[in-house]
Design a protein around this ligand. Structure first.
Ligand code: FES
Length: 892
């Protein structure tokens, strides 16, 4: 350790003496000593770009700079650009374009944009900066965004550089009939509608109450007046970057007939909001919004009746005839998100940014493999480090708690350097090892069978006509959130409080109570926003570690932070999947029978109260084996096709694999849609039909037909049979209704394929969506765009590699993801259905993407790739197998 000394610098124009160890990472000093938490805490290994600041005007990663490197230099952080009340023009530009989902990556990107624009020569006479696309891409080359906001971010920077003007198509209202009016006229009508009063008359037909009202049946569970005249909205849903806080407020404002400013939306918390389980599965607006809309109608009814019996605020049961109208007020408006001003201007906004009085910092030394235990560990190397407050050693669990974050990191490094690991002996009840170094897993043989549809007649159908068969597969995939998970815990004599970015505060409370032997009512769990999560990632595990660390220092709040390679190595992955499909075609080219076999691992292993679902639970002494939770709906999600296919036989089979798996965005819906929509293209070719025409011929659902036709029309679909041979350029289509009950989405993807290298360049994606009434068109577009870009990332790049020594994908170098340079043009067509309830859309646009991509590749080069990801190596290997005649057919 280098001796401390006073280091002079200028931070946000203020001369500052920094009296810390010169080797301390600049990010720690800025965040923890100067309280500048707009410098986001990211990967700490220089890969994500979240912590970028300006040093003498240049964009630099503050996690990679020791404090000594900024001696005598000027440091500018996001706080030095602007504030939530007075944003810098660049921050304002990102706010104006709502160019964020979780927003965690944005402050670093905004700082790089500032450096980029500052270094650009102004053009004459307009004065706008002169920047090439190459310069913009170079500035973003080392920034990551995992939410898929790339398109908006690029558009914002290009607009700042004077390259392009904002544009977005208004939603197409679907209830006007074929009267020939165009979208702007319809939009004007929508605005006129919104000027109407919210009807107060009772008597609309009663509708069944949403499930969320079963445990929170009263108005006051959801809505409460505040002393200042505003109304508190108590939603159990978590803001995950999907803009749900704003969309829910829009729904409530519309039904109450009040402006958005009158509403204050609380974050999910066990001490203040209803138990709505997990914020997942595209249910937030559809189910959570439905409950709140009902509550708002009831609130208005009760308020009109004079409040409760004593004239107090509205209280009492929500009734079946409290039916929302899903229109009016701000519903349909592109209301800006209420959470973004803080997130994009450097204010503390995430659980990583919490700074409670006396807070300590915790880090873990995790086993290098799931089945390793410490054979020899010398705790003194950590305990002896000045600033270390506690070291926890409980079985395989090793935690360090320190007064400073960098001290905790250093202590864990010391522990790592002196700890020897050996394989954990098999535990009672555990099955045989897997040979891949991933620990004790309960074995299930034969697989758990989950039938979806088993209709008679499939055997006969497949014994006649023309039968087409194909098999598809995908690998393990990681969440790879832009920043490692974190949580804060405080253990007091009668209460333990946890601040977390978990998707489910109530299930997590049950899990923590069971894991640590606490009464549930002595635990408070509060949601605080975090970096984007796309299912069950490491957020819950971080909360478990935080509690374990805080128990060692009662009365002191402790913030636990995962190291990036630990979360990559221990997070629950999206499971591998494979599928065998077979279908028969009659002489007219119609499908007469359909068989689909799905094989996969568990898709839902979230904490729920058994006390054995968190990493901390498997590491402590006397821990049982990691449980396995295969079966259920997750792996067969969206496996029932939209089409009329004759007799159908669709079955899922679950068996445990070597790695921990759980929910990743869209669960099995992602792969099942890939397999179904790829296979439908193969059937269309076998039937001698155009892929769009073949789908329409088998599609009765009018809403599905409408999105498919809208996507095809907007994209300029070129009719074809089989690969069209456009010299490496291809167009592919896919359509689905997520879960069979959520939003309808159709996509057309356009690609260029390099016949020599196998590289795929995605040029354009057209997305058509019917999500019922469009509550917030901009928010919906943002979700759809993000889903598509994440789908492209998964389909093109993502696979968790693992071997004898465990997981090998431990950062974004070993787990490549979509970069800014890979982003295609995105065009969204919304089919608005005012008066119909909203349909969940948060996960709806990811599933069609890989199939539309694979279909486009097939169109381009005549190669059907049935295994994800579609890497250049995989494609090149197939290209090398093509005969001259096949090459001539597709003209590459
Ligand atoms: Fe970029 Fe979430 S908005 S990581």
């Amino acid at each position: 350790m280098t001796s401390a000394g006073s280091i002079p610098t200028v931070v946000n124009d203020a001369p500052t003496e920094l009296d810390q160890d010169p080797e301390t990472p600049l990010v720690s000093v800025l965040r923890n000593d100067l309280g500048l938490r707009g410098v986001r805490q990211g990967c700490a290994i220089g890969e994500c770009g979240a912590c970028v600041v300006l040093v003498d005007g240049r964009a630099e990663r503050s996690c990679q700079l020791p404090l000594s490197a900024v001696a005598g230099r000027r440091v500018t952080t996001p706080e030095g650009l602007g504030t939530p009340d007075r944003p810098h023009p660049i921050q304002q530009a990102f706010l104006d374009r709502q160019a964020a989902q979780c927003g965690y990556c944005l402050n670093g990107i905004i700082m790089s944009t500032a450096a980029l624009l500052d270094g650009a020569e102004p053009t004459e006479p307009a004065g706008s900066p002169s920047l090439s696309e190459e310069q913009i891409q170079a500035a973003l080359a080392e920034h990551l965004c995992r939410c898929g906001t790339h398109h908006r971010i690029l558009r914002t920077i290009r607009e700042l550089a004077g390259h392009e003007q904002p544009s977005s198509r208004p939603p197409i209202r679907m209830d006007d009939g074929p009267d020939g009016r165009d979208a702007p006229e319809v939009a004007a009508d929508i605005r006129a509608d919104r000027a109407e009063e919210v009807p107060t008359e009772p008597g609309r037909p009663a509708e069944p109450l949403p499930g969320a009202l079963a445990t929170a049946p009263n108005v006051e569970d959801w809505l409460r007046p505040l002393p200042d005249g505003r109304i508190e909205v108590r939603s159990g849903r978590a803001e995950l970057g999907q803009g749900v806080r704003t969309a829910l407020a829009q729904v409530v404002a519309a039904e109450l007939g009040v402006p958005l400013e009158r509403l204050v939306v609380r974050s999910a918390a066990t001490d203040g909001t209803p138990d709505e389980g997990y914020t997942a599965g595209s249910n937030s607006l559809e189910a959570g919004g439905a409950a709140l809309a009902r509550a708002a109608v009831a609130y208005r009814r009760l308020a009109a009746e004079g409040g409760d019996a004593a004239g107090g605020p509205p209280r009492g049961p929500i009734r079946p005839d409290d039916v929302p109208r899903w229109a009016g007020g701000p519903v349909g408006e592109a209301a800006p998100r209420s959470d973004l001003p803080a997130k994009l201007t450097g204010a503390p906004a995430y659980v990583h940014d919490l700074a409670l009085p006396g807070m300590l910092y915790a880090r873990a030394l995790l086993p290098p493999r799931e089945d390793a235990r410490p054979a020899a560990v010398d705790l003194s190397v950590a305990k002896d480090l000045p600033g270390v407050e506690a070291v926890v050693h409980d079985g395989r669990l090793l935690l360090v708690v320190a007064a400073r974050e960098e001290v905790a990191v250093r202590a864990v490094r010391r522990l790592a350097g002196t700890t020897r690991w050996e394989p954990e002996p098999p535990q009672p009840g555990a099955g045989p090892g897997t040979g891949t170094g991933t620990g004790p897993i309960a074995r299930t043989n034969p697989p758990v069978r989950t039938p979806v549809v088993e209709e008679p007649g499939v055997e006969q159908a497949l014994a006649s006509g023309r039968v087409v068969r194909a098999s598809y597969a995908k690998p393990y995939e990681a969440h790879a959130s832009v920043a490692p998970s974190s949580a804060v815990a405080l253990v007091e004599p009668d209460r333990t409080t946890v601040w977390t970015h978990s998707q489910g505060v109530y299930p997590l409370r049950r899990e923590l109570a069971a894991a640590f032997g606490l009464p549930e009512d002595a635990l408070t769990v509060r949601h605080v926003d975090g970096p984007g999560c796309y299912g069950h990632n490491g957020a819950d595990d971080a909360a478990g570690f935080a509690v374990a660390a805080a128990r060692a220092v009662p009365g002191r709040p402790v913030r636990f932070q995962y190291a990036v390679h630990d979360e990559f190595g221990w997070e629950p992955y999206g499971p591998p999947m494979s599928a065998d499909l077979a279908a028969s075609l009659d002489a007219a080219g119609r499908v007469t029978g359909w068989r689909h076999r799905i094989r996969t691992d568990a898709h839902t292993a979230r904490p729920h109260g058994t006390g054995d679902r968190l990493v901390v639970s498997w590491l402590r002494a006397n821990a049982g084996p990691r449980p396995w939770s295969g079966g259920g709906e997750g792996g067969v999600r969206s496996a029932e096709p939209l089409y009329e296919l004759g007799a159908r036989d669709i079955v899922g089979e679950y068996a445990p694999g070597p790695l921990r798996t759980s929910a990743l965005r869209s669960l099995g819906g992602y792969f099942n849609t890939f397999a179904i929509e790829s296979f439908v293209d193969e059937l269309a070719e076998a039937a001698g039909a155009d892929p769009v025409a073949f789908r329409l011929a088998h599609l009765r659902d009018e809403r599905a037909r409408a999105v498919l036709e809208a996507a095809a029309a907007h994209a300029g679909w070129r009719e074809r049979v089989g690969p069209s041979g456009q010299g490496g350029h291809g167009q592919g289509v896919a359509v689905t209704r997520y879960k069979g009950s959520k939003a309808y989405v159709a996509q057309v993807v356009e690609v260029d394929v390099d016949g020599a290298t196998g590289a795929i360049a995605v040029r354009r994606v057209v997305i058509a969506c019917d999500a019922g009434v469009v509550v917030n068109p901009d928010g919906l577009r943002n979700q759809l765009e993000g889903g598509v870009l994440q789908g492209l990332s998964r389909a093109l790049y993502e696979q968790v590699r693992h071997g004898r020594d465990g997981v090998e994908s431990l950062d974004w170098t070993t787990y490549p993801v979509l970069r800014f340079a890979d982003v295609p043009a995105l065009e969204v067509v919304l089919l608005d259905r005012p008066g119909l309830p909203p349909l969940g859309a948060g996960e709806a646009s990811t599933p069609p993407t890989p199939a539309a991509l694979a279909n486009a590749v097939d169109d381009a080069v005549g190669i059907r790739v049935r295994e994800l990801p579609l890497t250049p190596d995989r494609l090149r290997a197939r290209l090398e197998e093509l005969t001259d005649a096949e090459l001539a057919r597709v003209r590459i």
